[in-house]
Ligand binder design. Structure first.
Ligand code: ADP
Ligand code: MG
Length: 705
């Protein structure tokens, strides 16, 4: 008997997707719903009632007792409030199961406890969730039972977005409109819609859960705030793509099955650079669904880990000294006729349409570099950007040899007559098949790299929603395309005008293109010469959310109002301060309650040893113990002074005005004090008896999974 393949058995069984709707909805209702999903037409209440009924019946058959509007507030994670389908049957004392169109379309969670950045006073608590029919409903099972989850947008009583989905959907409309305008100019009247496709690669760490539970820093902050490097780190490069350990393989298998059930196209899995670090990449999809799916990926990664006695760390830099985690946001534009607009073809020099889109993206990134950096920022990512393994905090674009050559020809002569081809790969082994080479090598150090038929935005923080990055990308590229369409629509001779426009745009923005090593010190200096902004921290990037240019663009395309942008800046400042505050307080607690007591014990052990040896044999050499005792005592005193200093800083921070002022204080003052506290503790870890050390070490966490 042939074994049934697990993928075909489980794929999308928990999703109320197109196939299920086509099967279960009356033809007319299905057609009307598709019009809303595909053409953006308004949804009729009658239609919603029928869909709700079908959705309920489907969910009940699969054991669901509850439904929830599933949304994505500005916390960056998802939120839900569950209601059961129960409803009293009149007079009979029985219950019936109900779910109306109204309940499908609209929910009304109390919004007062979600971050709003001043958009909403606490007494104006009303918030609304609205069904996003473009993202399919799905089932989720946990200890509470099976729940029907309905993806929704979340906004305030006055209509302002309080979430990440609403602006993402708005930005998708913006880029659709502007791209279709450009395509019309090239004669593609058949294209009705353009969507941005997103494939987010997700990096993560897995550690043993028992060890995890012994570390308050991991529990409260998601990263280690202390820890010395073990004798081995990642220097042997033996983990990247290495064979996957049994325990991790079992985890990946279960993760895949859970993701496939949710209709998520989990495709690639491998070990990453750091020990205990891994990656999962799905097949790309429409930005909105890819974003929802990525939230589910992160939740499922955590859930499956717990089940298997592991803990999944999504933090950007859980361990100092080894690589951190990113989320690579692969982005492209795809038409409803199935064409990828970022596909250069074999001879990109002849592909004027491609070159126009390329120059629009180059212009957009150059003009909005800090905003783009902001869209990838959270407090954790500050430990990555600019550090050795990650893209630097300066935004630049990698195009590769072939495109750079085409662009240089265009800038110099106004025409690109040739383009470099990849040629053949010579392995020197005759039995190996002859392989065609890509025209361009890869570059791992670039924050924004062209990778053949898409851009890969590598700065994005691993624990963050990909919505932010794609909202900004869509909107700034829409803006560049809009400028271009305005100009070209007026032109008498389209061919000449488009050539001029490409040449001018590339000339004006070529400073953002950089194909070299983004980690090098030379690049930092060169970037400065070119006038490219270097934005080392998230706090430095936040003002870009509310500068005049950003407000103008986002209002122009109705993605954010000025008020919404200001609220998001506030939320970011608050989030930064709160995060650092929690980290500082966790350090203080660990030092006072765990490390200092442990060191005192160690020091006492040394003193006792010296005393008893001296009593037994007065002439014995106790210099080792004495030296160690002195060394430990000195470090202990340093740690105590540093913890007192940090305590004072935390107290002072609370007196600073909320928002920007407090965030700047934390950035400028707390970070340094935290380093000063960490240093003596890490030194102590290296010299103190392991049996006394109160927490699992890096070696335990990274190599004993
Ligand atoms: P890498 O070698 O860059 O690590 P991966 O295979 O891990 O590549 O991930 C590449 C990601 O890019 C996948 O999620 C893939 O689906 C996605 N991708 C491929 N083509 C496109 C495209 N046209 N638009 C958006 N994403 C894409
Ligand atoms: Mg990858």
């Amino acid at each position: 008997m042939a074994l049934k393949n697990v993928i075909s058995e489980v794929f999308a069984i928990d999703v109320f997707n197109d196939a299920v709707m086509a099967e279960r909805l009356p033809k007319k209702v299905y057609a009307a719903l598709m019009k809303t999903i595909e053409d953006g037409e308004e949804l009729d209440h009658e239609i919603a009632n029928v869909v709700a009924h079908a959705m309920k019946e489907w969910a009940l058959e699969k054991g669901a007792t509850h439904y929830t509007h599933w949304f994505q507030p500005m916390t960056g994670i998802t939120a839900e409030k569950h209601d059961s389908f129960i409803s009293p049957a009149s007079n009979s004392g029985q219950a019936i199961l109900e779910f109306s169109g109204k309940e499908l379309i609209k929910g009304e969670p109390d919004a007062s406890s979600f971050p709003s950045g001043g958009l909403r006073a606490t007494f104006e608590a009303r918030g609304y969730t609205a069904w996003d029919c473009t993202s399919p409903a799905f089932l989720r099972e946990d200890a509470a039972g099976v729940t029907l989850c309905i993806p929704t947008a979340f906004c305030s009583y006055t209509g302002e977005a309080l979430d990440k989905k609403t602006p993402l959907l708005r930005s998708m409309e913006a880029i659709n409109t502007q791209t279709v305008r450009i395509l019309k100019l090239f004669g593609h009247d058949d294209v009705k819609k353009v969507e941005c496709s997103v494939g987010p690669e997700q990096e993560y760490f897995l550690v043993d859960r028992e060890k995890y539970l012994k570390r308050e820093d991991l529990i409260f902050t998601g990263r280690t705030l202390f820890g010395a490097m073990p004798p081995k780190g990642q220097e042997l490069d033996d983990h990247y793509f290495g064979s996957i350990k049994e325990r991790i393989a079992a985890y990946m298998k279960e993760l895949n099955i859970e993701l496939w059930k949710l209709g998520i196209l989990s495709k690639t899995q491998h070990n990453e650079v750091a020990p205990a670090q891994h990656e999962m990449a799905p097949i790309y999809g429409t930005a909105n669904i890819a974003t929802d799916h990525n939230q589910l990926v992160m939740e499922t990664m955590k859930k499956v880990a717990k089940r298997r006695g592991l803990e999944c760390l999504l933090h950007e830099k859980p361990f100092a000294g080894v690589s951190g985690s990113a989320k690579h946001d692969n982005w492209s534009l795809v038409t409803n006729t199935g064409k990828n607009l970022l596909e250069p073809g074999k001879t990109p020099n002849e592909n004027i349409q491609f070159l126009l889109f390329l120059s629009a993206i180059i212009k957009a990134v150059d003009e909005n570099a800090v905003l783009l950096r902001m869209s990838a920022s959270n407090p954790g990512n500050d430990h990555r950007l600019g550090a050795n393994e990650a893209p630097p905090a300066v935004i630049s674009i990698f195009l590769g040899e072939q495109l750079e050559d085409v662009i240089n020809q265009l800038i110099e002569t106004g025409e690109a007559r040739s383009c470099k081809q990849g040629g053949k790969l010579n392995t020197g082994v005759h039995t190996l098949p002859e392989l065609k080479k890509d025209a361009t090598d890869r570059n791992r150090t670039s924050p924004f790299a062209f990778t053949g038929n898409k851009f890969e935005f590598r700065m994005v923080a691993s624990s963050m929603s990909v919505a932010d990055a794609n909202i900004v990308l869509n909107t700034i590229v829409a803006d560049a395309l809009c400028d271009m369409a305005d100009e070209l629509e007026k032109a008498d001779n389209f061919d000449i005008a488009v050539h001029d426009l490409i040449k001018r745009t590339l000339t004006n923005h070529q400073r953002i293109i950089f194909n070299g090593n983004g980690y090098s010190e030379e690049w930092k200096a060169e970037a400065k010469r070119r006038g490219l902004p270097n934005t080392p921290t998230m706090v430095d990037a936040i003002p870009s959310l509310i500068d005049a240019r950003t407000v103008e663009i986002f209002e122009k395309f109705s993605v954010f109002s000025s008020k919404e942008l200001h609220s998001r800046a506030e939320v970011n400042y608050e989030n930064y301060s709160k995060t650092i505050n929690i980290e500082a307080k966790t350090m203080i607690e660990m030092v006072n309650k765990q490390y200092i007591p442990a060191v005192i014990k160690a020091v006492k052990g040394l003193a006792d040893s010296i005393n008893s040896i001296k009593t037994a044999v007065p002439s014995a050499d106790v210099s080792v113990q004495s030296d160690l005792l002195i060394q430990c005592s000195e470090l202990l005193a340093k740690a105590k002074a540093a913890v007192v200093n940090l305590e004072n800083i935390v107290a002072t921070a609370a007196t600073k005005a909320e928002g920007k002022e407090r965030a700047i204080y934390f950035k400028d003052v707390a970070a340094k004090a935290m380093e000063e506290l960490r240093a003596p503790i890490d030194e102590l870890e290296l010299i103190i008896d392991k049996s006394i050390w109160p927490v699992p070490t890096y070696g335990d966490l990274l190599f004993e999974v």
